[in-house]
Design a protein around this ligand. Structure first.
Ligand SMILES: *Cc1c(COP(=O)(O)O)cnc(C)c1O
Length: 334
């Protein structure tokens, strides 16, 4: 254990589970006959991409909103995420009658802006970068007393994501391995805390893309480091972990058994497998576990649970991937 690492524990996750009950879906877990045969052990898919708003992020966002005092909630919540966290926070706030303000740069595409507006958030377009959007968040926190809900490095967010781990162990108490998509590490930290809290010998493996894997680079360096951001099919896994990371770095360091990196080709293969064989539409970030099994990147004790974390993929991009492309643009794919 490092100096003063703060962890979230099973009790926090149980409390989160009671708090958010009825506000998030219990998602199904189904066996994959094809992946089971391939891996030689039973493989189950946790269909969390069917969660309301299309990703697990609703769990953490809902727990964070419900953890605020009535006074804090009345002043509203704020974040700078344009992706799944922004959607989840917009939905979670609206469900409790609170206002979410989502700050984003002018470069964010219109469809993302209108999607977050549709979910009831107040969208503020500021500047030309994520950093400038974050400055606006800081300003609103200081000037209006809004509560910032960050996408991963926050106790209530981690505990909320951990409820997915609790649910997995309820559905499959004998799980030998859980495969978790990994970016900032809120999901991996929460799920690992729940799974290891209930069954310490179950392996929890983080999976992420080769291109710009900030948590992996940080774990290797022994401290949070910055990596160059590169476009990836797994866009929800992009971004840094924060040089001032408080929780998820230490938790991932202490609780994950391993981190496996996947290439763009492997991630595309995972998306194709999901669609053609499992009949599921998933985004790149959610395909990493299936990719690791398909390309024989890990051999671990079964039964194996693969978390499908989200489905918010541009459908035009999805169509191209299904038709054989492996990269983000038609030019590159040609
Ligand atoms: C955010 C996200 C992840 C990664 O979660 P972290 O808590 O940042 O590690 C994985 N998959 C999807 C679909 C996501 O939206």
């Amino acid at each position: 254990m490092g100096r003063q690492s703060i962890h979230i524990f099973l009790d926090d996750i149980r409390a989160a589970s009671a708090r958010i009950a009825g506000r998030v879906l219990k998602t199904p877990m189904v066996q994959s006959p094809v992946l089971s045969q391939l891996a030689g052990v039973p493989v189950y898919l946790k269909l969390e991409h069917h969660q309301t708003t299309g990703s697990f992020k609703l769990r953490g966002a809902t727990n964070a909103v419900l953890s605020l005092s009535p006074q804090e909630r009345a002043r509203g919540v704020v974040a700078a995420s344009t992706g799944n966290h922004g959607r989840a926070l917009a939905h979670a706030a609206k469900a409790e009658g609170a206002l979410a303000t989502i700050c984003m740069s002018r470069l964010v595409p219109d469809n993302k802006v209108s999607e977050i507006r549709r979910l009831g958030a107040d969208v503020r377009i500021v500047g030309r970068s994520q950093d400038e959007a974050q400055e606006e968040v800081d300003r609103l926190v200081a000037a209006k007393g809004m509560a910032m809900v960050p996408p991963f490095d926050h106790p209530a967010v981690i505990a909320g994501q951990g409820t997915l781990g609790l649910e997995i162990m309820e559905q499959l108490p004998e799980a030998g391995t859980v495969l978790v998509p990994l970016s900032g590490g809120g999901l991996a930290a929460g799920v690992a805390a729940a799974v290891k809290g209930l069954r310490p010998k179950t392996k929890v493996i983080g999976l992420t893309m080769e291109r710009g894997a900030a948590m992996k680079a940080s774990l290797d360096a022994g401290r949070p480091v910055q990596v160059e951001e590169l476009p990836s099919l797994a866009d929800s896994l992009g971004g840094g972990i924060g040089l001032d990371n408080r929780l998820t770095f230490a938790m991932c360091r202490d609780l994950l058994d391993e981190v496996v990196l996947l290439s763009e080709e492997e991630i595309a293969g995972g998306m194709r497998h999901a669609y053609a064989v499992e009949r599921e539409i998933v985004e790149g970030a959610a395909a990493v576990g299936m990719a690791a099994l398909l390309f024989d990147r890990i051999r671990l004790p079964g039964p194996v649970v693969v978390i499908l974390s989200g489905r918010n993929v541009d459908m035009e991009l999805h169509r191209r991937i299904i038709n054989g492309a492996v990269s983000l643009t038609t030019e590159e794919a040609a």
